[in-house]
Design a protein around this ligand. Sequence first.
Ligand code: NAI
Ligand code: AKG
Length: 425
Amino acid sequence: MNFEIPSYLDKNNIGPYEIYLEQVERVTPYLGKLAYWVETLKRPKRILVVDVPIHLDDGSVAHFEGYRVQHNTSRGPAKGGVRYHQDVTLSEVMALSAWMTIKNAVVGLPYGGGKGGIRVDPRKLSMGELERLTRRYTTEIGIIIGPDKDIPAPDVNTNPQVMAWMMDTYSMNEGKTATGVVTGKPIALGGSLGRNDATGRGVFVAGARAMQKLGIALEGARVTVQGFGNVGNAAARIFHDHGAKVIAIQDITGTIYSEAGINPYEALAFLKEHSTLKGMPGTESIEPSSFWDIECEVLIPAALEKQITEENADRIKTRVIVEGANGPTIPVADDILSAKGVLVVPDVLANAGGVTVSYFEWVQDFSSYFWTEDEINARLDRIMREAFDSLWDVKERHNVTLRTAAYIVACARVLEARALRGLYP
Ligand SMILES: NC(=O)C1=CN([C@@H]2O[C@H](COP(=O)(O)OP(=O)(O)OC[C@H]3O[C@@H](n4cnc5c(N)ncnc54)[C@H](O)[C@@H]3O)[C@@H](O)[C@H]2O)C=CC1
Ligand SMILES: O=C(O)CCC(=O)C(=O)O
């Protein structure tokens, strides 16, 4: 007989929002009097589910389900990206928006947390269909977004062009150009220098700080990267630029390995030309699941959630995991890694570089005064280093993981704002 483990007993099958709730649960004992308000963190402030109908190129009509979730606005407007993916669910968008609340508080940005998404495989759409989808979605969520309400940005499968269409659609509907309604825009439309590489750069700064704490040299350190898009690609390039050796890269098209090291610039050029990583000269193509067995000093998951589970956590042979992706490690795997002495630099810190430069973009748009790339990178590096160091102090003081330290700091900041604002009598 074939028994299926019920999902509530299968720790690897935990839903994204349940992962977030478990993370909040773990931190509640450290919140002192602020724990009185903890329910605030468990309930998204506002959820909008929209039907997005578009004309396909063949003249038929297709309907897609879209979401925008504003998890929390205690510290400021909601802020977070928009994902286009065939597996997007409401639970996933709720979790991603909650992680934005935590992340924005970790790096001290004056934002709450939000996230959006459409359940669609964008690879199956033409450019025209993608534009129509984006414009219709923007109009549908237009009732809750705005430069001082909720500011979307890129996430998986969305990019500066998608942000340009969102900005234009919102502006048309408002009757005025509102550059501050989205970030991650092209430079010609009020985008910021440095935003493209910002998340990967932040991954590098946080990862390098963690290596320094453990006494691991950057020069020659072996790095493996899962996901070779905006985040993984930039992180790989910047680690490579600082002397580390990228020995494996995995994306949806394949997994490549080279003990001698892979030049990420050449891997990107190869991917652009051949639409796959497989077959890149000087590398060996390996089975996707073998990626987790590769011995390295730094592992960067930079693809999707729930990649590191009870099943593969034991096999991982690394010193540091720097979470470029949101939610790549499920709680049971976190415990296994912690027991093994692997340092996990959590998503809510490690990938906060993107939203930090989004914040810079928003500030620049409001003041119509634009900074140099050096200024942006210097400010980003400082924010990432200071956030890392303050979490490290909390980790040492309470003898907890860096993730729990991040949640202690962030939840206290959000709940302090909640308590000060009070409730309507
Ligand atoms: N773009 C940004 O500024 C930020 C993104 N993130 C997070 O980083 C992660 C990646 O986002 P982006 O790089 O923006 O997306 P992207 O769309 O640019 O790239 C995604 C990459 O993941 C790969 N991928 C997808 N499914 C995979 C699978 N099952 N196995 C292996 N590889 C797979 C794709 O092939 C692609 O290389 C997501 O978790 C996202 O939420 C976090 C902070 C900011
Ligand atoms: O740049 C932003 O506003 C948000 C980026 C994002 O979606 C994330 O950090 O997960």
